[in-house]
Design a protein around this ligand. Structure first.
Ligand code: FAQ
Length: 331
């Protein structure tokens, strides 16, 4: 791999400092070229640290905001079994958020700061969670399509060059696989139910399909971060490559469901050996990213309320920790 520029080096360094920076850069370049892992205490370029912090914190926020569409349905799940499964899934998403915040903290950003950026509306989270979940079948479509897209995107991230991120992704992907299966199973049961239930499943797939495809990010030509992230072995595949793989997976699975994908242009291109899909409305994507999606305001409002409601828990935990430390000091 080509040597990285010393982008992060301040203009005025003593000769010793400059030597240290150069040695750090050489170490970093070697680790990346060997496809090995960078760990928190290793030297890393400032731009690498910022890119990771950006991606990991956005990812963590997505897991936390992503709890909302499904949490809304816990009290309306059609049976005790479904309720228990959905509760477990939503709790898993909270856990994923926590692993990811911990991974991001190793890059020098506090969780408090990441949370305050999120609730101030300054941080990004996945576009997909700004769409409403309006029927029980949406729980199936979210599991099957949204978790399916998440797995497709995240399995390669298990090999991300930053150790804490890659390791967090291993456990997350295992849990996401279970999530996808439960979504598939909800849709399968509805599809084999009454005509009205089958229609409900089809409507949900129709509504979530395009937003799920957009989860992979803008087309490669319009993705400013991909090239560098791939050179650093953070991302392993481009947005379009992963989107195409996802379409290929869904094309087969939808047949088993007895449903259809709302895309008449899907085809396998024999020349490129890639799946192609119909046009996506990238203006809609940009609007959602600009905060103008159907649920952006509601999602942030709920997050703020939950943060305020949880203040007493944070205060109690801090006070408990203070007392424990006092006891240990006295002993
Ligand atoms: N939504 O240059 P690129 C889940 C932004 S977890 C919002 O291509 P990059 C589990 C991007 O940040 C879902 N923003 O960027 C679950 C950048 O803006 P910035 C979350 C998006 O980073 C299931 C700009 O556009 N997964 O679903 C989106 O190379 C069910 C330019 O884009 C992850 O976060 C988007 N969809 O590639 C939970 C996976 N796409 O930062 C609950 C990790 C792009 O420059 C229930 N992240 N943007 O201001 C990634 O793999 C990457 O960050 C991408 C974007 C692929 C998302």
């Amino acid at each position: 791999m080509a040597s990285q520029n010393l982008q992060s080096v301040p203009a005025e360094l003593s000769p010793e400092e400059l030597e240290r920076e150069q040695a750090g850069q050489a170490y970093f370049d070697r680790i990346i070229s060997e496809d090995s892992r960078i760990e928190p205490r290793d030297w890393m370029p400032e731009a690498y640290r910022k890119t990771l912090l950006r991606q990991i914190s956005q990812h963590a926020h997505s897991e936390i905001i992503g709890m909302q569409p499904e949490a809304n349905w816990i009290s309306r799940a059609p049976s005790l079994k479904r309720k228990a499964i959905l509760m477990a899934k939503v709790q898993d998403e909270a856990g994923h958020g926590l692993y990811l915040y911990s991974a991001a903290e190793t890059l020098g950003q506090s969780r408090d700061k990441m949370t305050s950026d999120l609730i101030a509306g300054k941080a990004r989270y996945s576009s997909i969670f700004n769409y409403p979940a309006i029927s029980w079948a949406d729980m199936g479509a979210i599991g099957w399509l949204v978790d399916g897209a998440a797995i497709c995107n995240q399995v390669p991230l298990c090999r991300a060059s930053y150790g804490p991120y890659g390791r967090a992704m291993v456990r997350i992907c295992k849990e996401e696989s279970f999530h996808q299966r439960q979504g598939f199973e909800i849709l399968l049961e509805l599809s084999n139910g009454t005509p009205a239930q089958k229609q409900m499943a089809q409507d949900a797939v129709n509504r979530w399909y395009a937003p799920a495809l957009m989860m992979f990010g803008p087309p490669d030509d319009d993705s400013p971060n991909s090239k560098q992230s791939m050179a650093w072995n953070i991302k392993r595949f481009s947005n379009d490559e992963l989107r195409s793989r996802f379409v290929g997976m869904m094309v087969e699975q939808v047949k088993v469901l007895g449903l259809t994908l709302p895309d008449k242009d899907i085809r396998f291109n024999e020349e490129t050996k890639k799946w192609e899909h119909g046009p996506l409305d990238w203006n809609e994507f940009k609007n959602v990213l600009a905060g103008k999606g159907p649920c952006n305001a509601q999602r942030l409002e709920r997050r703020r309320e939950a943060h305020d409601d949880g203040a007493w828990v944070r205060e109690a935990a801090a006070e408990y920790a203070r007392k424990q430390a006092e006891k240990e000091y006295a002993a």
